[in-house]
Design a protein around this ligand. Structure first.
Ligand SMILES: *Cc1c(COP(=O)(O)O)cnc(C)c1O
Length: 361
C-alpha cells in the first residue's frame, strides 16, 4: 500500500490515524458485532456516537449553550436555500461577494428575496477580501452573509464586518476547525464536512437558538426547517450515520492535537512553508494579496499555462495528487487542510524547488 499526498480541495485528505481506527472497527464496532454503517440510527451505540461527536465539537469550538449544533445533509449548497427559507423574515439579505461559493449563495438567495451585494472583490478576480470599513448594512436586512474562506480563490477573512445588530451568517466549509473562532460573533455557521472534517454527506450547522423558529417562508418543506432538526436532535430522519461517526473521530483527533489553538499554530507554520517559498520563487507566484491569504487553500501560477500543466503532470507522477487549480481559474492550488501533514508540504516545496531549477526562465 502506498498513500499519496492529496492536495485536493474536497473531498480531501483525512487523518491517517482516523482511517486506521475506522478500518479496525469496520466489522465490529465496539462489541456490537456490526459496522456503524449497518446499525440503527436509533440504537444506543449510535446515540452515543452522535452525542459524543456533538460534545467534542462543542468543546473544541467553545460553543455556548444557547447555540444548537445540527448534523444535516444536502451539502453546503443546500444551505444556500435553507438559510433564506428559515431566516429571511423581511425577505432582504446583505451579502459580500468573494467568489464562486459566495456567488452561488447570492443566486439562491434571490429566489426568496432581495439580495444586496454590499461589497465585492470581483474586479480583481477575487484575489482579496473587500474593504470592510463603512459597509452600508441595510436597515431591513435579515442577516449579513459571508463566505469565511474562499476555497477556490484562496482568500480568507482575518476580521469580520461590523454589522451592528444584524447577525452574521458564515459559510466555513473550507476553514472550520482550522483556527479558533468566537462563535458568539455569528448567528449561524455552517460547513460541508468534506473539506476539513470528514466524508462528504454531512453538514455541520451551528445556530443561535433564538433564530430557530416556526416562522419560516411559506412552502418551506419539513426537511428544510431548522426547527424540525433541532427538535429531533438531528434524528428527524435517518442521518448520514457513518459520516457523523467519522466526523466524531476527527473532532477527537483535533482535540488530541491540543485543540484549535494548537491547530492554528500548526496551520500557520505549514502554510508559511509554502507561502515563503512562493514569495522567493522566480518561477511560481501566489495569486492572493498577502494580508488575505488562506491557511487552507493556496493558489499559485507560473504565468504559463503550458508550464502549469507540465508541473501538475510531473507532480502527480511524484505522488503529489490533485494540484490542479479549480476549472474556473486554472493554475495550481494546494489545499493544505488540517489533515495534511507538515511533511507533505515540505516535500511539495522540495519538489517545486527541483522543478524550478530544471525549468529556469
Ligand atoms: C465546497 C464548498 C461548498 C459546496 O459544498 P457542497 O457540500 O458540495 O454543496 C460551499 N461553500 C464552500 C466554501 C465550499 O468550499
Amino acid at each position: 500500500m502506498s498513500r499519496v499526498y492529496n492536495f485536493a480541495a474536497g473531498p480531501a485528505v483525512l487523518p491517517e490515524e482516523v482511517l486506521k481506527e475506522a478500518a479496525g472497527e469496520m466489522l465490529d464496532y465496539n462489541g456490537t458485532g456490526m459496522s456503524v454503517m449497518e446499525m440503527s440510527h436509533r440504537s444506543k451505540a449510535f446515540e452515543e456516537i452522535i452525542t459524543d461527536a456533538e460534545k467534542t465539537l462543542r468543546d473544541l469550538m467553545n460553543i455556548p449553550d444557547n447555540y444548537k449544533v445540527l448534523f444535516l445533509q444536502g451539502g453546503a449548497s443546500q444551505q444556500f436555500a435553507m438559510i433564506p427559507m428559515n431566516l429571511m423574515k423581511n425577505r432582504v439579505a446583505d451579502h459580500i461577494n468573494t467568489g464562486q461559493w459566495a456567488k452561488k449563495a447570492i443566486a439562491e438567495g434571490k429566489l426568496f428575496g432581495k439580495i444586496n451585494v454590499i461589497a465585492s472583490s470581483e474586479d480583481k478576480m477575487f484575489s482579496y477580501i473587500p474593504d470592510l470599513k463603512d459597509l452600508k448594512i441595510s436597515d431591513d436586512a435579515d442577516y449579513v452573509y459571508i463566505c469565511h474562506n474562499n476555497t477556490i480563490y484562496g482568500t480568507k477573512y482575518s476580521q469580520l464586518p461590523e454589522t451592528g445588530d444584524k447577525i452574521i451568517v458564515a459559510d466555513m466549509s473550507s476553514d472550520i476547525l482550522s483556527e479558533p473562532v468566537d462563535v458568539t460573533n455569528y448567528g449561524l455557521i455552517f460547513a460541508g464536512v468534506q473539506k476539513n472534517i470528514g466524508p462528504a454527506g454531512v453538514v455541520v450547522l451551528i445556530i443561535r437558538e433564538d433564530l430557530i423558529t416556526e416562522d419560516v417562508l411559506p412552502g418551506t418543506p419539513t426537511m428544510l426547517r431548522y426547527k424540525v432538526h433541532a427538535d429531533n436532535k438531528s434524528l428527524y430522519n435517518t442521518p448520514p450515520a457513518y459520516g457523523i461517526y467519522i466526523c466524531g473521530k476527527v473532532f477527537k483527533w483535533v482535540q488530541n492535537l491540543g485543540g484549535l489553538e494548537a491547530m492554528k499554530k500548526i496551520n500557520l507554520e505549514k502554510a508559511s512553508i509554502l507561502y515563503d517559498y512562493l514569495d522567493s520563487s522566480k518561477l511560481f507566484r501566489g495569486t492572493v494579496v498577502k494580508k488575505d491569504r488562506s491557511l487552507m487553500n493556496v493558489p499559485f501560477v507560473t504565468g504559463s499555462d503550458e508550464m502549469d500543466a507540465n508541473f501538475i503532470k510531473e507532480a502527480k507522477a511524484s505522488g503529489f495528487e490533485s494540484l490542479k487549480g479549480h476549472r474556473t481559474v486554472g493554475g495550481m492550488r494546494a489545499s493544505i487542510y488540517n489533515a495534511m501533514p507538515t511533511i507533505g508540504v515540505e516535500l511539495l516545496v522540495e519538489f517545486m524547488k527541483k522543478f524550478e531549477a530544471e525549468n529556469k526562465i
